[in-house]
Design a protein. Structure first.
Length: 242
């Protein structure tokens, strides 16, 4: 990537994240990265997250924008909407990041450097490469479920990445265009798997950098039984092209 300071857009989907959003935006600002922008995609949060995002945008000097959606329509749809807008607004690199402070903002410079200095088209913030870890607060069964989910996905789809379910990613703009965002079918956390699968199928290189994944402190997890079922079924649908 030829530009000295590529335009980096961090896409942050939100639903009831009023306790966390301002903290996250402050931390991103502390990175001091030139040409770093934030796009908040809020799904009509009843707790007022959208209003907080608007205030942050007004004070940002143009580095933070808000995409308001009229209903809670799932993580995948929020990311597709946000990524599409980021590309339309000239992003060179698009980063996926949760609003719940589980993803370490300090890893972003390393992820961007990996994209700009290697042949990688996608960089994952990975819990399962050397130096990575999960939250110490996780009980053993949650850690086991996460490890099993990654084994399960890789066994079916052959992605050959350590953290196939990671939600913290950096994408080259051209890579996102190649995966054909409008046709992505999955919605919940399985969105992460489908995006990786599409990248691998199109011959893109996925790299990983280690992160420590933290447990959310404020707010509620969005993981539901429906989301878990979708995540279990999707790899088979992708594998057999249905």
């Amino acid at each position: 990537m030829a530009e000295a300071h590529p335009k980096v857009v961090v896409v942050v989907p939100t639903y009831n994240e009023r306790e966390n959003l301002a903290i996250l935006v402050g931390r991103l600002g502390e990175l001091g990265m030139p040409n770093l922008h934030v796009l908040v995609v809020d799904d009509a949060s009843p707790d007022g997250t959208g209003d907080i995002a608007d205030k942050l945008a007004a004070d940002s000097g143009g580095t933070l924008t808000v995409l308001h959606r009229t209903e809670k329509d799932g993580l995948g749809r929020a990311y597709v909407a946000g990524m599409t807008q980021a590309l339309d607004n000239g992003a060179d690199i698009v980063i996926q990041m949760d609003a719940d402070l589980s993803h370490p903002h300090t890893a972003i410079p390393a992820m961007v450097e990996k994209l700009t200095t290697t042949r990688a088209s996608v960089v994952l913030g990975s819990r399962y490469v050397p130096g990575g870890s999960t939250a110490s607060e996780w009980p053993w069964h949650r850690k086991a479920l996460s490890v099993w989910a990654n084994f399960y996905v890789n066994a079916i789809l052959g992605l050959n990445v350590k953290d196939a379910t990671a939600g913290f990613k950096a994408w080259e703009a051209q890579a996102l265009r190649k995966v054909d965002l409008p046709s992505v079918r999955s919605n919940g956390y399985s969105f992460q798997v489908e995006m990786n699968y599409r990248a691998v199928r199109r011959g893109m290189r996925i790299s990983e950098v280690p992160i420590r994944f933290e447990e959310r402190v404020e707010g509620m997890s969005k993981m539901s039984l429906d989301v878990q079922l979708e995540s279990a079924i999707l790899p088979w649908k992708l594998r057999f092209g249905s």
